[in-house]
Ligand binder design. Sequence first.
Ligand SMILES: [Zn+2]
Length: 205
Amino acid sequence: MHPEIDRDQMSPQQAIEILQQGNNRFVNNVKRQHDMLSVRDELKDKQHPFASILSCSDSRTTVELIFDQNLGDIFSVRLAGNVASTLAIGSLEFSTQYLGSKLVVVMGHSNCGAVKAACDHYKGGNIGEIIKMIDPAVGHETTISSERNSANTSFVEKVCWHNVHEQINNIKQNSDIINKMVEDNRIALVGAVYDLATGSVEFDI
Ligand SMILES: [Zn+2]
């Protein structure tokens, strides 16, 4: 059971609020005490995460820390650039359909290396496969006409939000399971961006 609300009774909106409250604690450097022994015991045979988060692999964006949550709370899918690959979408489907997660968040972050590489049209190795998935977001940013590269911080930040929306679109276009659950109000699918400097997460709701 989540400390705030029984997960089975939790609405998608309440799941967002719990993440926002946890992020407020993180921003203010307040941490909830977790009794790890009893939590491990409670979770040893089952899991029932209340939120699924597709975020970047960046070492500074660990979701359990920035939302001040415990073991068993968040089903975490992490890939550089928070790209919604087929495998990432499959993981999100598993967590919502079979584990009862109430929320899917696609979360980007400021100063993201993968987004910056896309801004510079990087193509090397398998990294290029990730960049290809972010490329459309670069094209969607049309308000900035000069210095469209990683040296331009405001360009990078705008592309970051476009990338969050692009990956949400990938999920919508490729997941009947998630679309159906959103339609039935069993889950919500939302975007967010984490600010490395302030620790704050802005939700697109
Ligand atoms: Zn990143």
